[in-house]
Design a protein around this ligand. Sequence first.
Ligand code: IPD
Length: 270
Amino acid sequence: MTSSAELRDIAVTIAKRAATLAQQRRRDGVEIAASKSSVSDIVTRADRESEDLIRGALAAARPADGFFGEESGGDAGTSGLTWVVDPIDGTVNYAYGIPAYAVSIAVVEGEPDPTTWRTLAGAVVNPESGDVFAAAAGRGSTLNGQALRVNEGVELPLALVGTGFGYDAGVRRRQAEFVARLIGEVRDIRRIGSAALDLCALAAGRLDAYYERGLNPWDHAAGALVAREAGARVGGLDGGPEDGRLLLAAAPALYEVLEPMVQEFFGAWE
Ligand code: IPD
């Protein structure tokens, strides 16, 4: 059986190749291929090329595993493992030339459902900064080979909190209502524009907490493992696992302070 460290190394190798391709396509000029759920939810030609590269490389290296990607959907495998892929997380940053986008690749055991899966390994690569985040279950997480640890002992008023917004206008307005409440309680808010990089930033001590409603599994699969392996607690509503209704991540003590606040607001969101 392949170890989680070997799976991590496969994720890193393939994510680096896809990140180089995405960066090259960015330099060639971005072509918007389609709009998805709303006019701001775009897919670039590079998203598709990046996913094709990843899918092909995984099919060659791990033919029995399943695949679940943002752009091309899913294929069940026979091994019980599934690769969960966001070919470019931070697509709007990518389209605007903001250097905060990443290729995110995770491998999970079980169905590609964050409420039941067990994430074994993951990689998040930002080609613009050269940051390569990697994690293997039970073996810690790294940034360019250096071990990561979340900030501990940060009180709420000094916490730098990341979040994000969905693409639907009505959803964004409600998300902004919660930001309006929180912003007076914390050091400041960041909206980086890539959930995968937000979670890795938390792991690297560049944020103290991160939460978002409305994430898709591929947005957080790898980043959540990087954060957990750096000591973060990651969860969702009602003390359960993270899912599309909520992902909250922070060092355990800060998590306990934030949890009732997010629970009150997002728990009441039908
Ligand atoms: C988006 C980014 C963004 C988050 C959105 C995601 P995409 O992913 O992660 O930061 O706020 O919820 O959908 O569309 O760039 O792959």
